[in-house]
Design a protein around this ligand. Sequence first.
Ligand code: ADP
Length: 468
Amino acid sequence: MNPKSLRFQLMAWYGTLLVIAFLIFSASIYFTLEHFLRQNIATALLNRATQISDNVLADYKGHSLDWLKFEVDSRHAPQNSGRFIRIIKNGSEILYVSEAPKDESFDPASIPLQPLNPHVPIRIVSSNKDQLLIRTFYTLMDGATLTVEVGRSIVPIQETMRGIVLSLIVSGPLVIGVAVFGAYILVGRALSPVDRIIASAERITLEHLANRLPVPATGDELERLSNALNRMIERIDLAFKTDKRFIADASHELRTPIAIIRAELEALGGSKALHDSTRERVGSILEEVQRLGRTVEALFAIARLDAGEAQSEWKSIDLSKLVELTTDQMCLLAEDKMLTVETDLPEGVFIIGDQQRLKQIIVNLLDNAIKYTPEGGKIRISVAAMLFDAVLQISDTGIGIPVECRDRVFDRFYRVDSAKNMNEGGAGLGLSIVKSICTAHYAKISVSSHLEAGCCFKVAFPLHTEKK
Ligand code: ADP
């Protein structure tokens, strides 16, 4: 699980808030219930103290302490009910105190006297292994203040509270766990369109600008985001198409005048009336015009390929045979530079495509290998059938391409400085054409190279298994 993912962070926040909410809820339940139970006991004790005052102390006048003890014991049986009762005169003279309960959980004699204070009617006192809640009630008799104290153990309340804490400790993590798990599933479901949008966005490249992102029909922010991104892709697509159309139109419009200028210059160069120096100058202008013509042709070819020219010419092609044929046609160029050309072309490696275009890939790559390999070097051309690919590799022992330039050699008009210095090559459009043809044929091209260690161009075409 990725801790930076939206899903994880939402869950972390949700889990934390849930724990805080549960702790607040548990604390409020605990304190409210404890207060309520104590209050209940205090009210019952006050009732009993009032009864003692009304029923016993009201008749006490003129009777002995034994009478008082007998009356309280027989009416309220504190020893049997585990209650504490004490009657005090003027805050210090004890008239009656109940005996210890049968289980001797507390000792009434050890409970200290409290100064007269009607503002503190309830107190908690520890005695032996028990804790007592004592309710104090004051009454006046013949000018003396009688204090009636009635107490009861609060151990049952403490046990109830312990039970509640235990059940909260057990149920809390369980409830939070189920809630977080449920939310994890729901958040995952809510965010699943995001994964689909990311996958589609990854597939949209400059070559596939016609594709669009999936739009989840959820009516939420994700739907709005997908729509907004699709509109943006549409605008980029339009801008690119306009750009490509401009290049196609411009190069198309330039072809005819260049062809006319070239024909005129050729005719002029052949004229005997020209002075030698003028003929030389016409020749050099003709060379430049031919170079310009090649650049315009290359631009036109790229524009057509980028526009996705019709695939009507596509058929099954024996890649090894095509490579063999093209190499034979170009071997004179290699021989001129005394280059050794090695081939490894097994039979039966078929691909689908436009023969002329595919041939252009081989021509351009081989032409570069010859151009950029110094005399006496070696060029190796191989074709191999891999699992799903037909792989063409053209490697040489030439000047190589610096690592930092490798990704850029397929850009239009890009030329490495070392190549420029050699005064070889054209306008830097050959590999752009190769790249465009590869894209049109669903092939992947890559280059591995080091400066002055030669380089290897690798083209992986989808393998065509059925021969036609
Ligand atoms: P160019 O017409 O200049 O050869 P390309 O598009 O065919 O244009 O190649 C672009 C650049 O890539 C070249 O200028 C050169 O720097 C480099 N390059 C291409 N092939 C090779 C190779 N086989 N060896 C060394 N450099 C190469």
